[in-house]
Design a binder for this molecule. Structure first.
Ligand SMILES: [Zn+2]
Length: 139
């Protein structure tokens, strides 16, 4: 049996999956809900009885806006200006992430607002260091 120190962390497994386009989460065996990004226990009921699962990558964009200069972290300066939003995953969790397929302009954001909630699909955005979770808007 591996000690805790020998087990790859949930965060490491998350980023390793993300680099391969796999979106890892955990599902609680007590309440059945998903936690994303994955942690060691259920964020809903606190149970440690969780199992690793892969998410579909499908979701719905609920809200989108653009960053305000400067970027929130130097690693995002190369991709600024960018759009980010709140996405409800098909499996339930709501995440904040970069949104692809829309320009960070008032006109494009206005058209997106007029469309209402839109379907999106997860992608891993390559960066110089760790990949970043992003969601692309469907046409
Ligand atoms: Zn739970």
């Amino acid at each position: 049996m591996q000690t805790v120190a020998e087990q790859p962390s949930a965060i490491r497994r998350y980023y390793e999956g993300l680099a391969e386009g796999v979106f890892r989460a955990i599902r609680c065996q007590a309440c059945g809900k998903h936690t994303f990004p994955p942690t060691g226990c259920c964020e809903h009921c606190g149970s440690w009885k969780v199992e690793p699962v892969e998410l579909s990558g499908e979701g719905t964009l609920l809200f989108a806006t653009h960053n305000i200069f400067p970027a929130c972290h130097p690693r995002f300066e190369k991709i600024a200006p960018y759009v980010y939003g709140h996405i409800r995953l098909k499996e339930g969790p709501i995440v904040q992430a970069i949104v692809l397929g829309v320009q960070a302009t008032p006109a494009d954001l206005g058209r997106l607002f007029e469309r209402g909630p839109v379907p999106v699909t997860a992608e891993a955005l390559p960066m110089d260091d760790l990949p970043v979770l992003a969601f692309r808007i469907h046409d």
